[in-house]
Every structure is written in C-alpha cells, then in structure tokens.
Design a protein around this ligand. Structure first.
Ligand code: ADP
Length: 369
C-alpha cells in the first residue's frame, strides 16, 4: 500500500478549459479519501490524472514517493473500479477475476490463491462457477471489485462505483466497501457526487467546486466547521438554513438581526463579529439546531424566541421536518414525530447558538462556527 502526493496539480483541456486548478493534497497510506462535489467540478478529471488516463498539465504527482507524471497507467500499480462494471459475460466469476492476472502471465497457482482470497474477502466463494448473467447487481459489482483486488495494487481508484445500483443495494454495498477498506488496509480514492456516501465512507473528504478544492477534512469537521457557504450548503441533508442578518450591538452584546428578530451571540462568537457591526452577514444554522418550543431542552444555549408559521410538514418516520416562514427569512427544523406541530401551526423556535455559523456575505468565507 502507499501514500500519494498531489502538488499543484492542474488540468487544462485542449479546448483551453481548466478542469482542475492548483490541487494540493497529501494522502497517507491506508486513507479512504473521497472527492465530492457537484457534477462537473473536476472530481473524475483528478482521479483520471492519478490513474494516468488523463495527462497532467501542471504540477507533480507522486505515488509512494515516486514521481509518476509520465508513467504509463499499467505501471502505476493502481486499480480502478468504475460505475459500469463491464464483466465478460461468457466467463465465470472465477475467470473474470483471474483475467487481469492471466494477462500479466502470473503462474496459475498464484492466480488460484489470489482469486480465492479475493472471493473470501468479498463473500463470493459460492459463486465462482457462475456466469455474470446469473448474478444480482450487487454481486456483479463485488466481482468487479474482486477483479481489482486480485492484483493487490498500491492504490484503488473508484469512480462512482455504486451509482448504477438501486437505493437499497447502494446502502448495502456502501457497508461492504467500508468493510473492504478495513480488511484490505488499502489506500482508496473514491469519487462521488453523493454527500451521504462521502460522509459515511471517507476518512477524509475533499470538497470540490469549479475545479477548485474548497476544503479537505474529516467528515465530522466538515459538518461542524465548513469553511465557506458552498461547503456548508453542500454537506448535510436537509441543507443548512441560511438567513441574511445585520450585525448589531445590543445591550453590550453582539446580535444578528433579521426582520423583527435578533439572535444574541455567545461571547465566544461575539468577538469575531465585532468588526462586522453594521454589516450584513449570512447566518447559518442546521435544521437539527433549530429547536421548536415543545422540544426546548436543558443544557442547550438557546437564542431568543423566533415566531414562525409552518408551511410544510414532512413525516420521516421517528422524526419529521418542518419548513416555516419567519420574519426576515425561512427556516427548516427537525422535530420529533410525536410533536403536535403541523402545516399552518404558528410556532416558536430558538436557535442553538453554540451551533450557529456566520459567513462573510462578500467572500462567502466562514467568520465563526
Ligand atoms: P466531475 O467528475 O466532477 O463531474 P469532470 O472531472 O468529469 O467532472 O469534468 C470537469 C470539467 O471538465 C467539466 O466542466 C467538464 O465539462 C470538463 N471536461 C471534461 N472532459 C473534457 C474534455 N475532454 N474537454 C474539455 N472539457 C472537459
């Protein structure tokens, strides 16, 4: 297994379009790195440059300390798993998995050992004699993974490997891939546009937008301390609430005013907002940090009450989401399914001010978390 180093990596396509700009990342051995972002943000281009399927326009790529910018894909000791897992239909599961080793003229005994080992890891031992047509979608995807595993490459590159599967299977395979990472002790780089997949799989996540890396962090850090408005809005579902507010001084404290409402900041956040007094900022609060009156709890640093009218009620099971209008904006909140609030209810909510985020409206960068 191996670490990777991407130093100032850039990609300009022949038509002059810059797909990836100044990408810098050190990936350690055994990390599970996710590239996530909306379609067209440069995730696949970056992955394909690492694979050697796309030329690197600028910068240096190292695998295990060796510069590989000009090394052929076959000599980079990586394996790629794509969303279309093209298995050979006329070959058995065994032969599909053995194929990459046969191509490399690996001795038969070693092939046999590698295939059985991969089949054991992927729970495919009972299916080795079957043809792909007699397998479910998830089983086929596991065979495609097996074909990558048999080579025991230094790095696995996965490009949306689950996006062709139905929702239930995706969740199952997500857990499989997570287990696989533990068992292989492998370095994995995984591309997805799905923030849930990113949050559940990654040891670190790279969020990209328009070819530019926005933030690299652990899932929990990314969620609790997004560096800018884009990351804050992209990570987390349902999305973080954003409300434009004016920074005001109120009874010696600093508050965020919107409509007829004002939310006083705790001292820890107030200092960073002092220079913004009189200016408009963007206040961010996640739906689970908007607390409805029935659910006020001890121990939470709740803001002043805010009147709201519920416009949408969505029951999710044990929980529900409500969307409401407040003076000066809109908020969504998680509530318990036992909460009597429904569409049309006039309610009071309060924000957990310890969880409040504030962003600069011009630069969109976080001022305080
Ligand atoms: P993602 O994987 O994040 O969806 P890609 O890495 O595939 O995005 O593409 C990044 C950007 O580069 C997109 O805007 C895409 O249109 C552009 N792009 C991809 N391939 C080419 C190409 N061969 N020529 C010009 N532009 C390209």
């Amino acid at each position: 297994m191996a670490g990777l180093s991407l130093e100032h990596i850039g990609k300009t396509y022949p038509n002059g379009f810059e797909g990836v700009k100044d990408f810098n990342l050190e990936i350690e051995d055994k990390e599970f790195i996710i590239f996530v972002g909306p379609s067209g943000c440069g995730k696949s281009t970056t992955l394909r440059m690492i694979a050697g399927l796309e030329d690197i326009t600028s910068g240096t790529l190292k695998i295990d300390g060796r510069v590989v910018n000009d090394v052929e894909p076959a000599d980079r000791d990586i394996a790629m798993v794509f969303q279309t897992y093209a298995l050979y239909p006329h070959m058995t599961v065994y032969d599909n998995m053995a194929f990459p080793l046969k191509l490399r003229k690996v001795p038969q005994a070693d092939i046999d050992k590698a295939v059985h080992e991969a089949a054991r890891i992927l729970d495919l031992e009972k299916l080795l004699d079957r043809k792909p047509s007699a397998l479910s979608g998830g089983q086929r995807q596991r065979v495609a993974m097996g074909r990558a595993i048999v080579r025991r490459p230094k790095v696995y590159l996965m490009d949306e490997p689950l996006s062709n599967l139905d929702a239930k299977l995706r969740v199952q395979m997500r857990a499989e891939i997570s287990k696989l990472h533990d068992r292989l002790g492998a370095t994995i780089i995984y591309v997805t546009h799905d923030q849930t997949e990113a949050m559940t799989l990654g040891t670190r996540i790279v969020v990209m937008k328009d070819g530019v890396m926005q933030q690299v962090d652990t899932p929990s850090k990314l969620y609790s301390e997004p560096c800018n408005l884009f990351v804050a809005g992209f990570i987390g579902s349902p999305q973080m609430n954003f409300i434009d507010a004016t920074v005001v001084e109120k009874d010696g404290a600093v508050a965020l005013a919107f409509g007829s409402n004002a939310v006083t900041l705790p001292d820890a956040k107030a200092a960073a907002l002092k220079p913004y007094v009189g200016k408009v900022v963007v206040m961010g609060i996640r739906p689970e940090d908007v607390v409805e009156e029935h659910e006020y709890a001890e121990g939470k640093a709740l803001s002043e009450q805010i009147d709201a009218t519920v416009t949408v009620y969505e029951l999710l099971g044990s929980e529900a989401m409500i969307y409401g209008d407040v003076d000066g904006g809109q908020v969504s909140a998680h509530i318990s399914a036992t909460n009597p609030v429904r569409t049309g209810s006039r309610i009071k909510v309060a924000f957990d001010v310890d969880k409040l985020h504030v962003f600069d409206k011009d630069t969109e960068l976080a001022i305080v978390h």
